[in-house]
Ligand binder design. Structure first.
Ligand code: HSE
Length: 297
């Protein structure tokens, strides 16, 4: 038995929704092919050029499969062939795609024994391997599709939100920002004033998403806690954000822990103009970049 999956990139956090809000996009995506083996080995093959480890316990997909195998006491193993297009370290949910794809693919081969919450439980081991933290904001939209709210991870409580008809522009500048470093630099304590502002934004964003209220989404895409600190790690962040808003973006911010930046727009033309602008800002300072114009998946 063999199955093939397309596993989407994800933007998570969605600005103010640190560790709780994420969305799946159409492009880029990874391709994964799964085979159930009669023997208990886990075989991971990467047919891409990223040089990721293939030893199962050191591979994001492999660790998820090992955990599933252990949980079900399986005599079977899995062979997974991964063609990654979502660049590792981009902030576009590359590790989440491998982890969520592994949980989803194994579940199909095992006859859909796992609930979505259980798939998330297993996929979080992959995120832990990749970044040291068992966060689910990228995995959840990867498995559920669209936009999701991670209400809690203990117990796993995921709310699937509406998917507004919006375009997503993302740019990945080729600079290294490690998720672990981008988490380390965050303040451990925040003021009540910032907390109130932030939860106003989060509530506004969720309400805007549910009501297809685009101006409300735009007004709520504000992060007063994480972005001011993390944006320092991303060259030209403020310039790209300001120029995107001038070109008509509703709003946007850092994708995940960076270095990618994303913007939401109502019109395809706006999203494409923003993509051109992003590319030229990085070309000017001789940083290679990749841009994607996509939709919420
Ligand atoms: N929510 C995580 C963070 C995503 O912002 O650190 C990292 O991929």
């Amino acid at each position: 038995k063999k199955i093939k999956l397309k596993v989407p990139a994800t933007v998570a956090n969605l600005v103010c929704g640190f560790d709780i809000l994420g969305m799946a996009v159409h492009d880029p995506y990874d391709e994964m092919e799964f085979r159930l083996l009669e023997t208990p080995e886990i075989i991971i093959k990467h047919i891409d050029a990223f040089g990721l480890p293939e030893e199962p316990s050191g591979n994001v997909a492999g660790i998820v499969l090992l955990k599933i195998q252990e949980y079900f006491n399986l005599k079977n193993g899995f062979e997974v062939i991964i063609r990654k297009h979502i660049k590792p370290g981009s902030g576009l949910g590359s590790s989440a795609a491998s982890a969520a794809g592994a949980a989803f693919g194994a579940n199909v081969l095992l006859g859909n024994k796992l609930s979505k919450e259980e798939m998330i439980y297993f996929a979080m081991f992959g995120e832990e391997l990749a970044s040291g933290v068992r966060h689910a904001d990228n995995i959840a939209p990867c498995i559920y599709g669209g936009i999701t709210l991670v209400k809690s991870t203990h117990p796993i409580d995921i709310v699937s939100l509406n998917s507004p008809d919006l375009f997503v522009t993302a740019v990945h500048p080729q600079v290294e920002v490690k998720t672990s470093d981008a988490r380390q630099i965050l303040k451990k304590n925040i003021t009540l004033k910032s907390a109130v502002e932030q939860w106003g934004n989060i509530a506004g964003l969720v309400a805007g998403i549910q009501k297809n209220d685009f101006p409300l989404i735009g007004r709520s895409l504000n992060d007063v806690i994480i972005e001011p600190i993390r944006s320092i790690l991303i060259p030209k962040f403020d310039e790209i954000k300001a120029k995107s808003l001038q070109l008509g973006a509703l709003g946007g911010g850092i994708s995940g822990s960076g270095p990618s930046i994303f913007m939401l727009s109502e019109q395809k033309e706006t999203a494409e103009k923003i993509a051109e602008m992003m590319k030229s800002v990085y070309t000017e300072i001789e940083i290679e970049s990749f841009v994607y114009v996509s939709k919420i998946n």
